[in-house]
Design a binder for this molecule. Sequence first.
Ligand SMILES: C/C=C/C(=O)SCCNC(=O)CCNC(=O)[C@H](O)C(C)(C)COP(=O)(O)OP(=O)(O)OC[C@H]1O[C@@H](n2cnc3c(N)ncnc32)[C@H](O)[C@@H]1OP(=O)(O)O
Length: 343
Amino acid sequence: MSPDYENHSGTRPAAWRDDLTGGDDSLFAGRPEPVNEYTGRTLTYEVTGRIARITFNRPERGNAITADTPIELAAAVERADLDPRVHVIVVSGRGKGFCGGYDLSIFAENGFAPAEGAQPTAGTVLDPVVQARNHNPWGTWDPMVDYAMMSRFNRGFASLLHANKPTVAKVHGFAIAGGTDIALFADQIVCAEDARFGYPPTRTWGIPAAGMWAHRVGDQRAKRMLFTGDSLSGKQAAEWGLAIEAPPADELDARTEELLERISRVPINQLVMAKLALNSALLNQGVLNSGMISTVFDGISRHTREGYAFQLRSATTGFREAVRERDEPFGDWKRAQFEQPKD
Ligand SMILES: C/C=C/C(=O)SCCNC(=O)CCNC(=O)[C@H](O)C(C)(C)COP(=O)(O)OP(=O)(O)OC[C@H]1O[C@@H](n2cnc3c(N)ncnc32)[C@H](O)[C@@H]1OP(=O)(O)O
């Protein structure tokens, strides 16, 4: 009998389940039913053919990250991972760019730093998600609360790495700060040549999921980025190996589709095994350990003098002014530094 490739790459005959379960379907309980599309608070989800498409959907805020983002991203990735039709998952952003990082307007408007004169509540550890949802992210002035919050965010973003199926980030416009945390957890980044990647918050506070930076571009280049907060153009990102390719912006959609289509021709079992084999190399390099340390420092960095000053500035003048003050001394802050003329 010739092998049934369709069954290996898609739906399986009922007999397959019966062999394993003796017909007891409850063993598969909890597996979400495949859906074709839905709209969340921060993203949309759509399956077309063998491709699951997750699209950040807060264009008016540069797709900036809220407390819902990691939860919704992880849920969408899991849904795609468990959908037998899907071979590959692509994440992108609507509007001007991929993602501008954590939503500074929420923190500015709701007081990321403690209000002046407020006292820490010793020993109170609030659920970080509840804090973020209530827009009361500081709760108690405790770096470990911030660590717990950041590690929850990063675990959500790392769903792109941990998914069994290949994940692709399509980056146009900008992937800044937390936006790079998301993109770098994808197995492949395809970006527009004029896209911009960077982690400017390291100039005052905030530490990225650094393990993925070191893995993608090597420690020396990663340090170059994080010591300065400078940003890379998409073209440079591809030259450094951060992105797999960087076509002109008007070809980004077509080139990404071509890659997705080629990946999705491969049987799902092959894709999963290839990814797990390569992930094991990556995990042996310790990317998750450095991710963990990064989130500890990220929590602490909010409590340094400079971290506190940025947040206070943000809360008093609005985040745009705080960002401008942070970035202006480093040159034309709306351009990738590697493309700026040398003095
Ligand atoms: C550990 C910490 C991690 C973090 O992630 S902290 C957050 C760090 N992020 C930043 O510092 C980025 C701040 N934003 C910018 O520098 C710029 O924006 C961009 C370079 C991302 C994009 O510049 P451009 O292409 O000129 O677009 P635009 O018109 O500035 O952005 C579109 C709209 O998106 C809003 N936006 C962008 N990023 C954020 C953000 N992080 N939080 C809240 N809103 C954001 C903008 O303000 C604007 O909206 P409007 O037209 O109403 O001003």
